[in-house]
Design a protein around this ligand. Structure first.
Ligand code: BES
Ligand code: MN
Ligand code: ZN
Length: 495
């Protein structure tokens, strides 16, 4: 999709499809009032007839407005005027995007900056328009023919002259974040037999080849062996696909500025290993690489916006499979940090590949380390599929991330990483066990990671419930690319 700014006044505008807003009390937005005048009161008549009330996320497609310049109009309900929160604005946008998509128009203009939101300015609104529309037109095509490829190719955001600069910035940010989200979804939706660790490494190389400020380095299993990554390698033992530790270096800031390190769990398939998962829903474990895909998406976003930051992306990529040579419950391995780990369940593999990657991250002298991982089913039990779990050893970093979550509507909820839980990770035979029993599983997983984060400010996002949708609409969401993009934008603005 291509995104533009449109500053032509409504009276002079020509476009195939125009999207305007209406409120609950049947009050038209300024742009909608303009359309109403041009059509001789058509919108008012439709409102009087009760075709649309203006409730949030209601839409009415006027397929034949009678105007040559504006043949299609999509009226979109935003709910009560003056009470349009950020979330409600986005919800209405999603409904508008669906209506535009269904209308099969190849291009559209969204005149929706004039809908006042209780938080967020014109720049924020412009950005959301792009993000939400891009999400709506996403279509998986890699291994399936779709007759109905989305017709929508171009979207313009209508802005008054006074708003044009802010809207322009919002559209550029939105387009970059949407590109990052889209890449993340495309990779995540691929099946495990295509998207292997080697495939992810190739994707990283090609992303780096496209951008001057981005470079890529791949560590092979032999390199990990030399580094003493016994925990990481234990996971890949049972797989015929070679594991990869993919490093991406984005240098947008001064060489002296400490980098933000982003770590992604990139399990291209998690069968559970010898502690084999049950069959039902096991296909969804192709999504166990969503954290890794998000690292790629975030670096794509950073390059597109030319962010003045230094970012190191580390994708720990492997499969977790049962095999005669696979690691077993009771096995003890030595992590890169020197701590010994007793494997009590081979399905708790994410923390094993992540702990060595976190130890490796120290060499970059990080400002902060943020890992993103589909780490525990227990996180879904605790929080459902609404926020990602946030775990951290640093209150200031947590605050920054929570603020970014608010602004991006990609929500996070902070969970404890308290000393008391560490008890559950005690082992009679090793420095720590890889699981902490059935209670508080997402917390004990985070506690395990925290033992490898003692030397830096660290946050862990458990995205098990948010990285993809299950059920009939199964598909990747691209989360947490929006919230981390917002965090990076905020950091860049401070520079
Ligand atoms: N990748 C899974 C976590 C997961 C499960 C994410 C279901 C989303 C949906 C992870 O590797 C795993 O298997 N975790 C175990 C940990 C347990 C053995 C302590 C889990 O959650 O069951
Ligand atoms: Mn697992
Ligand atoms: Zn896993």
């Amino acid at each position: 999709m291509q995104y533009f700014i449109e500053t032509t006044p409504i009276e002079k505008l020509r476009c195939e499809c125009l999207v305007v807003g209406v409120y609950q009390d049947q009050q038209l937005s300024p742009a909608a009032q303009g359309v109403d005048k041009l059509t001789g009161g058509l919108l008012t008549r439709l409102l009087q007839r009760g075709d649309i009330k203006g409730k949030n996320a209601e839409t009415l497609l006027i397929a034949h407005s009678g105007l040559d310049a504006l043949p299609r109009i999509v009226l979109t309900g935003f709910g009560e005027a003056g009470k349009v929160t950020r979330k409600l604005y986005r919800k209405a946008l999603a409904a508008a995007a669906k209506s535009v998509k269904d209308s099969k128009t190849p291009s559209a203009v969204a005149a929706l900056l004039d809908v006042e939101t209780s938080d967020g300015d014109a720049q924020w609104r412009a950005r959301q328009i792009v993000e939400v529309f891009d999400d709506a037109v996403y279509q998986y095509t890699a291994t399936k023919k779709v007759e109905d490829t989305p017709a929508l190719q171009a979207l313009s955001v209508r802005a008054d002259a006074a708003q044009a600069t802010a809207a322009g910035a919002g559209v550029s940010q939105g387009a970059a974040i949407a590109a990052g989200v889209c890449l993340t979804k495309q990779l995540a939706d691929l099946p495990g037999n295509i998207c292997t660790p080697t495939y992810l490494a190739e994707q990283a190389k090609s992303l780096a080849a496209d951008h001057d400020k981005l470079s890529c380095e791949i560590l092979e299993e032999s390199d990990m062996q030399a580094l003493g990554m016994g925990a990481f390698l234990a996971v890949s033992r049972g797989s015929r696909q070679p594991a990869k530790l993919i490093s991406l270096y984005y240098q947008g800031g001064d060489a002296s500025v400490k980098p933000i390190v982003l770590i992604g769990k990139g399990l291209t398939f998690d069968a559970g290993g010898i502690s084999l998962k049950p069959g039902l829903g096991m296909d969804e474990m192709k999504y166990d690489m969503c954290g890794g895909a998000s690292v790629l998406g975030l670096l794509k976003m950073a390059t597109q916006l030319n962010l003045k930051l230094n970012i190191v992306g580390l994708i720990a990529s492997s499969e977790n499979m049962p095999d005669g040579d696979a690691n077993k419950p009771g096995d003890i391995l030595v992590s890169m940090a020197g701590k010994t780990i007793e494997i009590l369940n081979t399905d708790a593999e994410g923390r094993l590949i992540l702990c060595d990657t976190m130890t490796y991250a120290k060499k970059f002298n990080p400002e902060v380390v943020i890992d993103m991982a589909t780490l525990t089913g227990a996180c879904i039990v605790a929080l459902g599929r609404v926020p990602s779990g946030l775990f951290s050893n640093d209150d200031a970093l947590s605050e920054d991330l929570l603020q970014a979550a608010e602004a991006s509507c990609d929500s996070l909820w902070r969970m404890p990483v308290w000393e008391e839980y560490q008890e559950q990770l005690k082992s009679n035979f090793a420095d720590l066990a890889n699981i902490g029993g059935p209670d508080g599983g997402s917390v004990t997983a985070a506690c395990f990671l925290s033992r490898f984060a003692e030397d830096f400010r660290w946050a862990h996002l458990d995205i098990a419930g948010t990285a993809w949708r299950t059920g009939v609409n199964k598909g990747a969401t691209g989360r947490p690319v929006p919230v981390i993009s917002q965090y990076l934008l905020n950091r860049a603005a401070e520079q």
